[in-house]
Design a protein around this ligand. Structure first.
Ligand code: NI
Length: 277
């Protein structure tokens, strides 16, 4: 029995490696989250950058609220079961007219998570379409084995290592994940995906929440995660605290600790010690 997704949606996710669109926030609710992000950016005098674009839910109560949002978790539960950890969150923000892009890649390449029943809930704060550089996916590629990637560390690439697939991708088979504000997509950790720059007149803001069932293990480092639903009898991750207020001392400490572990896993074999802007 599924909670919210029709059986056909779960079947499509298993077959294709993704499903969209799912309306999880009312448009006004999505606008509210954007406002809270941008209120912080206005105070800081700059767009959210570097490490703060990652595990942002440990810093801000509104981001924490989102990773616990029942509409999101109900859909996630339908694909990975009732005991759910939030492993990380990543903001994918492309300013209007900026050159930022995401090369074709599989998320599984450097994450160190095993087994691969890992799902991303990608929540649109703004419209995400072809013009604004929406995510594009290659249907069915999540059933292939791990494809070799090369690190480019390209300055405009939004990925941690600028990693890209080392073989030709047939772009004619790609599907554009077009989302309105407040809609989300789900995609599998091994699905091949990427995105182009934002040529629209507005920012393109996506909040990617990475959820795992509690039996998943981190093979690279002793990692941390946050239990957001159900129970964790496995203890494969150290628990992360929810922020009591925005960027207070405890939240900053918890975030720094969690990001350090993630950087150690993701940048293993390189000389990097923090996320790129
Ligand atoms: Ni990705």
């Amino acid at each position: 029995m599924t909670k919210v997704l029709p059986d056909s949606a779960v079947e499509a996710y298993r077959r294709d490696g993704y499903f969209f669109p799912l309306r999880v926030l009312a448009p006004a609710e999505a606008a509210g989250y954007r406002r809270r992000l941008e209120a912080h950016e206005a105070r800081a005098g700059a767009p959210l950058q570097g490490n703060w674009r990652h595990k942002t839910h440990l810093l801000f109560t509104w981001a924490d609220e989102l990773v616990h949002h029942p509409a999101i978790l109900d859909a996630v539960e339908d694909v990975i079961g009732p005991d759910i950890l939030c492993w990380t969150t990543n903001f994918f923000i492309k300013e209007s007219g900026s050159r930022g892009f995401v090369s074709w890649h599989q998320d599984s390449t450097y994450w160190g998570l095993d087994p691969d029943d890992v799902v991303t809930a990608w929540v649109a704060f703004t419209r995400s379409d072809v013009e604004s550089g929406c995510m594009k996916v290659m249907p069915g590629t999540h059933t292939e084995s791990q494809i070799p990637h090369v690190d480019t560390f390209h300055a405009d690439n939004l990925l941690s290592r600028g990693q890209e697939i080392a073989v030709e991708v047939d772009e004619s088979k790609a599907v554009d994940i077009v989302l309105a504000p407040g809609e989300m997509s789900l995609h599998h950790i091994k699905l091949v995906h990427g995105s182009a720059p934002n040529r629209s007149g507005d920012r393109r803001i996506g909040f990617a929440i990475r959820y795992i069932p509690t039996h998943v293990r981190q093979t690279k480092v002793r990692d941390s995660a946050m239990l957001v639903r159900g129970v964790d009898v496995h203890g494969n991750f150290d628990p992360e605290p929810r922020p009591a207020s925005d960027i207070d001392e405890a939240a900053l400490r918890a975030h720094a600790d969690a990001v350090a572990r993630q950087v150690a896993a993701l940048y293993q074999g390189t000389d990097k010690s923090e996320f790129r802007a």
